[in-house]
Design a protein around this ligand. Structure first.
Ligand SMILES: Cc1cc2nc3c(=O)[nH]c(=O)nc-3n(C[C@H](O)[C@H](O)[C@H](O)COP(=O)(O)O)c2cc1C
Length: 224
């Protein structure tokens, strides 16, 4: 695989939200998890953990937990002027979970800030330095793991959708999956064999999101 073919793979990834009833083999799910843990993390702390749910009854309870909260929210929003706006998004809270053969719940935890502690041990004020904590490094690492998982899913011929929507059912989901402090869930990833071919979603042009700081052409020697 070269640079162009890898970019081609990346640009064909889609968030898939509807799945067939075909179960995902355990070996494929294990490769997804192996892909996830290839992600980089500060001092290789690997601040992540994953619940992989294929059990039908539990998947249904997770989906219901999110659906119930979405309905509660819908009822409140209906009383305002934005019911239609929410109507467009409301289903995206739970719908992909409903047909997913596997629901993966990524989690991260925060570790003591190593560098800040070293500064403090030298009598310094760690708040005077921006350290890994200031960029939520553990969350960043876990997000990188999720992206690796999405790409592995694509390579396996699976579809996947990483979703923040399920956060509305967080308390119940954490109870069902026994997720406790210091672990925090990072949404949920619906996985299964695709039952739809989603359209490519547009991206902002690079000119809008990239600022280049580069050396220009070498100045020419003055002609004598
Ligand atoms: C952190 C995160 C949260 C997302 N939450 C949801 C969600 O709750 N429901 C959903 O249907 N899609 C969700 N998505 C998928 C986005 O809608 C999707 O990535 C975006 O529209 C671009 O489409 P593409 O992934 O097919 O390129 C989420 C994506 C990310 C990265």
């Amino acid at each position: 695989m070269n640079g162009e073919s890898f970019l081609d793979l990346l640009s064909h990834r889609r968030s898939v939200r509807a799945f067939t009833a075909r179960p995902v083999p355990r070996e494929a799910l294990e490769r997804l998890m192996q892909a996830a843990v290839t992600a980089p993390s500060p001092t290789n702390r690997q601040p992540w953990r994953f619940a992989v749910v294929t059990q039908a009854a539990l998947r249904q309870r997770l989906t219901e937990a999110v659906r119930t909260r979405a309905e509660e929210m819908k009822a409140i929003i209906r009383q305002g002027h934005h019911a239609e706006d929410f109507g467009k998004y409301g289903d995206f809270f739970h719908e992909p979970l409903a047909t997913a053969a596997a629901i993966i719940v990524p989690q991260y935890r925060i570790y003591p800030d190593l560098i800040a502690n070293l500064v403090a041990s030298g009598g310094g004020d760690p708040t005077k330095f921006h350290t890994a904590a200031s960029m939520q490094a553990e969350l960043c690492s876990t997000s990188a793991a999720c992206m690796a998982l999405l790409l592995q899913a694509q390579a396996e011929g699976l579809g996947a959708c990483w979703m923040s929507g399920p956060m509305i059912g967080r308390d119940e989901i954490q109870r069902l999956l026994d997720i406790r402090e210091p672990w925090k869930m990072v949404g949920a990833i619906a996985v299964g064999y695709p039952d739809e071919l989603p359209a490519k979603q547009p991206r902002k042009p690079l000119a809008q999101v990239v600022t280049w700081f580069e050396d220009g052409p070498e100045p020419r020697e003055a002609q004598t």
